[in-house]
Design a protein around this ligand. Structure first.
Ligand code: BES
Ligand code: MN
Ligand code: MN
Length: 456
């Protein structure tokens, strides 16, 4: 019967694609209040889409954007599928080759791609699972096991409503295993099951000096310059070996086990090709660590944005009153976000001269998480993925952060299995985001195979 489902997926791919296009046309940018209505529309669209093949679903209000929850009963394991329908802002808009919310199937030298904001992160990926379920229901009249659907609309803006929602609806949402489709293929070619996810800690710093912007000729010298104070403090966050200097930062950072090191070595990751793909050639970062290790299992500190003074056209000899920066840390092992936040703030405060003040803004934090790869579903999924992609599935790490996996474990005692079909060049969060038609098609087929294998 799996063959019939796979054939149905192939035959109805054009309709599946049309549905994805409809979802992509809804500009559900969660971080910008101007798009709150669109987030409602995306949630409504998903409720209706689940209902269209017999799944009882509803939009659930939160203090922010709504969740979509759907249930279908069945025998065997209870699975929860999670995806997010919100997307990142589109700016800089002028770098897009088309309207980000007027998606299209484009021919490229590398094959057909679905172009549009959210195509890969995460609407296209979310729909791979929905379409697999639709095809299954069409062929069998029901789904292979009990499934709960959970779609979030605030993932790209730090999930402010998620933890309370999980706490309030714990009984309803707890399943035997969560499936999450929000990650990528290994080297854009091999299926991957994510075994460890990094945590994330966000901080914003505002340093203030003089009570107004000043003429830098009149005041430069005797007046403290907040940009100089800020950049010096930021430069002090790393040592010459690329290690983070925040005291206690490496507490809870494990060394890679020899088994995992050997497993990753065997993946033969092409670090030169990875850097070459974005116009680079020299590995930066921590001395003595491989690129894969740095992305998957080492913690980092990155400065994500910095502003101050005059940044417009032309030139202005200003001595600025304030300077700002946004800094994030990727966390691994058992690193404690709260302790690192405190140590970071103390380090910045210690770098302040008497005439400067600093203000910190908390942009959220999540711990790293590790998947229970000994759960039988992992082997079942690994076999299913290898069948579909005709290449072994990698147990991989993930440089990005998906905090919900940690919340599922902590709040619901539920393990997660993360499988996704994105490619490195999908340009997620960037202009001209795309999702390969191959990712979409084989992604749908992959979930059908996984559901078949896991529900047995
Ligand atoms: N889908 C991404 C995470 C991701 C990125 C997985 C790259 C695999 C490869 C997710 O939507 C995301 O963007 N996460 C943010 C954190 C979130 C709390 C805003 C991230 O990793 O920066
Ligand atoms: Mn995502
Ligand atoms: Mn994202």
């Amino acid at each position: 019967m799996l063959d019939a489902v796979l054939a149905r997926i192939d035959d109805t791919l054009p309709e599946s694609l049309e549905r994805l296009m409809a979802l992509l046309r809804i500009p559900s940018i969660s971080t910008d209040p101007a798009y709150a209505e669109a987030c409602q529309s995306a949630a409504d669209w998903l409720v209706a889409d689940l209902a269209s093949f017999g799944i009882a679903a509803e939009k659930r209000a939160t203090p922010g954007h709504p969740m979509v929850v759907g249930h279908v009963s069945g025998e065997g394991p209870h699975l929860l599928f999670y995806g997010h329908y919100d997307v990142q802002p589109v700016d800089p808009l002028e770098l897009w080759d088309r309207d980000p919310f007027d998606p299209a199937l484009e021919e490229t030298p590398a094959g057909k791609v679905i172009r549009g904001r959210g195509a890969s992160d995460d609407k296209g990926q979310l729909m791979t699972f929905v379409e697999a379920c639709r095809a299954w229901a069409a062929k069998h009249g029901s789904l292979p096991c009990r499934i709960t659907f959970l779609f979030e609309g605030e993932e790209e803006s730090g999930s402010p409503s998620l933890v309370p929602f999980l706490e309030e609806n714990a009984e309803e949402l707890r399943a035997d295993l969560a499936l999450i489709c929000d990650t990528g293929l290994f080297e854009s070619r091999a299926p991957a099951i994510i075994t460890m996810l990094r945590g994330l800690l966000g901080e914003e710093i505002v340093i203030r000096g003089p009570d107004k912007d000043l003429h830098s000729g009149m005041y430069g010298g005797p007046s403290i310059n907040p940009i100089r104070v800020l950049t010096r403090a930021l430069a002090g966050l790393h040592d010459d070996e690329g290690r983070v200097t925040v005291p206690g930062f490496y507490d809870g950072v494990p060394e890679l086990s020899p088994e995992l090191a050997a497993q990753w070595d065997a993946l033969n990751f092409d670090a030169a090709g990875f850097l070459g793909g974005v116009g680079l050639s020299e590995p930066a970062g921590e001395a003595g660590r491989s690129a894969l290790e740095m992305i998957w299992s080492r913690p980092t500190c990155e400065i994500n944005g910095i502003v101050g003074g005059y940044t417009g056209e032309g030139f202005k000899t200003v001595l600025p009153a304030e300077a700002r920066a946004k800094v994030s840390f990727r966390l691994v092992g058992t690193q404690d976000p709260a302790a690192i936040r405190e140590a970071f703030r103390a380090q910045i405060r210690a770098a302040l001269p008497a005439d400067c003040t600093v203000e910190f803004h908390d942009h959220g934090a999540s711990q790293a998480s590790h998947m229970a790869t000994d759960h039988p579903a992992f082997e079942a999924a690994r076999g299913a993925l290898a069948e579909e992609w005709q290449t072994p599935a990698a147990f991989a790490g993930c440089g990005g952060s998906i905090p919900i996996a940690g919340h599922f474990k902590k709040l619901l005692g539920m393990d997660s299995m993360l499988i996704g079909f994105g490619k490195d060049d999908d340009q997620i969060h960037s202009p001209n985001e795309k999702y390969d038609l191959e990712s979409f098609h084989k992604g749908i087929r992959s979930w059908a195979r996984i559901l078949d294998a896991v529900s047995k």
